[in-house]
Each structure stands twice: as structure tokens, then as C-alpha cells.
Write a protein that binds this ligand. Structure first.
Ligand SMILES: [Zn+2]
Length: 453
């Protein structure tokens, strides 16, 4: 087949596709035959990947009311009352920001949403949750919830876990819907980091949920599933699901002051936490490399990144660093030398700019690198970390190029990417002969369609 009249870097081209591979690229002839796809001058791009997704949480969050716009208790009640939901299911919202309200939250206020169904409103980072009296009774937390109805930390996580414990069929249906939405945005694949088993993907493959490619990763507790099946990174699990990575969480996050640092947080005693010891990390990476599975190691603080790089160096293999939020300039060079991939989330840089300046002070000069990675020759891939940011590749690309979301000047614009760099880091293929024909067309109003189906 031919894709005709597609715009590539300002030039109209025809693309010949055979067996889902690009077999020729020619100047557009203006001709058109039946069976051809007419791009009508739309821009052609490689299909986009989101390289860091927590698909269960994202699929579920898409169904919840968005509370981000609410700046007081009444506004939250208003949004939750209007949120479409049925039966006796809890009414759930996400994105609560009660810490900034003039009047403190009251459990009784949330009862205005419903006096018969649990109402649950999570904060953005899920470290707190506001519940109504029905939820307090149902979850047996009346004493802890008090008059405010606010639960924090462990108590909030417990509610979150309960709410995510849903039936497999319902979860699969939500994931299928999330795939449909992702595909409409030009996504052709995601790397999933979810505390799941490969059998969850076997079940979804059996149901024909195959709209996009999934690299399914495993955490240490379940990595033996890949070893037992002899699956190496990139091997087919079935359908459009491929074996992903061994995911290990080495440190925490900046907002909770648990990212592991060489020197204490500004004005505090803590240097953060290492969740996995260096010895254990090395053992895990060694074992998984012997089995052909690439490691994707979560590292946010500068010391966590140093340790992770040391580990790859000791084992003598390449791999990915997830987040790589604060990397010493020397370590950026070491990453390039070792062939490591930086898997980063541009929206985090923009969302965290104030907290990073407060907690890391002058060290932000080497935080959230993007351009520095490319300049050093480090392979860069972009993702959202959905549900922390939206699974929206265009938002990711915009945050990578603009480094601001609120009208303020770009934060450390020297680290911004160009649009082409951001697109290249969001794709696994290029528009060249021999490459997969996973192509998308972007119209003048940013409407997106698949070029090949
Ligand atoms: Zn994540």
C-alpha cells in the first residue's frame, strides 16, 4: 500500500508500506490509486510511545472525578455531585488540594454528595484522602477520620488499595478503554510498570485487548515468571504484549523527601532512603541479565542515580534508569559511556519546580536534565508516569519543549528539547526505509489518525 501526500519536515512524500514495514519513500507524485491512504498533506510522524505507565491506576483514574479545579469544599461537592456514576458504587474523585483551603474540610460537608454511598476524594499524590460518613463506616475508620474526614499516609494508602481491588473483568474493560483513548492520541505502545503477573496479560490477550503494543514489566517478586517462561526483554508474550523490564525501586520521591541524596535536603537532616540495598540491587540486575531481561531501575535522588550507575557498571550491562531526576554531571557522562537509557517524565520537572528549588536548592542546576542527556550521548525516552501525569504524549512533548505549564518563564530552559528531539524520544521508530510502518498522521487542528489502518 501507499500513504500519499504526507508532510515530513516540510516536504510532501509518498510512503510505500509492505508487511508493516516502510519499503520506499518517494517525493509525492500527487497520484492516488484505490487502496492508497490519502494523508491530504497531514504531518506524518512515527507512532508514539509512553515509556512509563502504571496502566491499572491510570485506567481506573480515568473514571474518577477530576478535583484539580476545585479550590474549596463547596467546589469539590459540586464536582462530585455531577460526576456520572451508577448503582451503589463509591463516588470517587482525585486531585484534592485541601491544604490550600480557607476553611478546613468537614466530613459532614462531603455527606452533601451522598448519604447512602461512600464518597472518597484523593489528593493528587494520594498521601491524603477525604471521605464522607458512609465511607468512614464502611471502611471502619470513624475514629481516625474524626470531624474532618481526612485520612493521611498509611490510612490513605489503605483506602487506595481497597478502591483498586476491583474485579479482573472490570479492570480489563477499563484498560481496554484507556487503550482506545491512548490510541486516539497517537500512542502505538506503552511500557507498563504495574504490580501484576504475566497471567494478567495472558487473560487480556485472550480477550483480544490488543489495540496498542505493551511492554509488560515485572517487579522482583514476580520476575521469575519471565525466567520460567524463557522470556527475554522484547520477546512476545502473546498478541501485542512483549516482555518488558525488571523494575526495581531503589529510592523514594522528592515530594516525600525520600529521594536518596549525596547531601541532606536543604535545611533538613534527611538524605532520603534507599529502598533496595546495593548488594541486592546488584544481585537482581545480574540474575536478570543472565536471563536476558533488561533492568529498569527507579532512581530519583543524585545518590540513588550514582548507585544505579555503579550497579550497571559492576554487572557490565546496559539498562534503563527510570526518572533519572537528579544526576551529577559526571554521572551523565558515565551513563553515556555505559550505554544506559534515561527514561524521564518531562511533566514532573514542571510540576516539581517549586518543591525542587525548596528542597534541593542550588542542586537544581543538575536536576531534571533532558538536553544534557542528549548532548552527552545518553539515549533518552519520554513518558508520563501516568497516573501521576496524564497519559497524553502531546502534554509530555509540550512539557519537554516548554518546561512551564502556568505562564511563568520556562524552568531551566537550557534543558528544553526541540519538538523533533521530543518526538524522537517518544518514538521507537523513524520514518526511514526498513522501519516499522507504525505511522500516525497529524492534521492541521492536531487531530490524529493512524496512517496504516
Ligand atoms: Zn512510575
Amino acid at each position: 500500500m501507499m500513504i500519499r501526500n504526507a508532510l515530513d519536515h516540510g516536504v510532501l512524500i509518498d510512503i510505500e508500506v509492505s508487511n508493516n514495514l516502510i519499503t520506499a519513500i518517494l517525493p509525492a507524485t500527487g497520484g492516488f490509486h484505490s487502496g492508497d491512504v490519502d494523508a491530504e498533506g497531514d504531518e506524518v510522524l512515527p507512532g508514539l510511545w509512553d515509556e512509563h505507565v502504571h496502566i491499572r491506576s491510570w485506567a481506573q483514574m480515568r473514571t474518577r472525578a477530576n478535583l484539580l479545579p476545585a479550590d474549596d469544599s463547596d467546589a469539590v461537592v459540586e464536582i462530585l455531585r455531577k460526576h456520572p456514576s451508577d448503582g451503589s458504587e463509591p463516588i470517587v474523585g482525585h486531585g484534592l488540594r485541601w491544604a490550600l483551603w480557607k476553611n478546613p474540610p468537614l466530613m459532614s460537608a462531603l455527606d452533601a454528595v451522598s448519604t447512602t454511598r461512600p464518597v472518597v476524594a484523593f489528593s493528587m499524590d494520594v498521601h491524603s484522602v477525604w471521605i464522607n460518613s458512609v465511607a468512614a463506616r464502611e471502611f471502619d475508620v470513624i475514629d481516625i477520620a474524626g470531624d474532618s474526614g481526612i485520612l493521611r499516609e498509611h490510612d490513605a494508602f489503605r483506602i487506595l488499595t481497597r478502591m483498586s481491588d476491583i474485579d479482573d473483568d472490570l479492570m480489563d474493560a477499563l484498560i481496554a478503554e484507556a487503550f482506545t483513548a491512548a490510541k486516539a492520541q497517537g500512542i502505538v505502545g506503552i511500557t507498563s510498570f504495574e504490580m501484576e503477573s504475566l497471567s494478567d496479560w495472558d487473560r487480556r490477550i485472550g480477550k483480544g485487548i490488543d489495540l496498542i503494543t505493551v511492554r509488560a514489566s515485572l517487579y522482583p517478586e514476580r520476575i521469575h515468571e519471565a525466567f520460567d517462561r524463557g522470556l527475554r526483554t522484547g520477546d512476545s508474550v502473546g498478541g501485542r504484549v512483549e516482555m518488558g523490564f525488571l523494575k526495581v525501586i531503589t529510592d523514594g520521591s522528592i515530594n516525600t523527601r525520600t529521594a536518596y541524596m549525596h547531601a541532606p535536603y536543604t535545611g533538613e537532616d534527611t538524605i532520603g532512603v534507599l529502598n533496595t540495598s546495593e548488594t541486592e540491587l546488584e544481585r537482581l540486575v545480574r540474575e536478570s541479565s543472565r536471563n536476558g531481561v533488561t533492568a529498569a531501575l527507579h532512581a530519583i535522588g543524585d545518590k540513588a542515580n550514582t548507585i544505579v550507575i555503579d550497579t550497571f557498571e559492576k554487572v557490565g550491562v546496559a539498562g534503563r534508569i527510570e526518572h533519572a531526576q537528579m544526576v551529577l554531571p559526571d554521572d551523565v557522562q558515565r551513563m553515556a559511556k555505559l550505554g544506559l537509557t534515561a527514561s524521564i517524565q518531562p511533566a514532573h520537572a514542571v510540576d516539581d519546580r517549586d518543591v525542587a528549588e525548596r528542597l534541593w536548592g542550588e542542586r537544581v542546576s543538575y536536576a531534571y536534565p533532558m538536553k544534557s542527556f542528549l548532548d552527552a550521548g545518553v539515549k533518552l525516552v519520554l513518558g508520563s508516569d501516568a497516573p501521576v501525569a496524564a497519559l497524553d504524549p502531546w502534554h509530555t512533548i509540550e512539557m519537554a519543549t516548554a518546561r512551564t505549564a502556568d505562564g511563568r518563564p520556562a524552568w531551566h530552559p537550557e534543558e528544553a528539547l526541540t519538538r523533533s528531539q521530543a518526538i524522537a524520544a517518544s518514538a521507537r521508530s523513524t520514518i526511514d526505509v526498513g522501519q516499522p510502518a507504525d505511522l500516525i498522521l497529524v492534521g492541521p487542528d492536531a487531530e490524529i489518525r493512524s496512517a496504516t489502518q
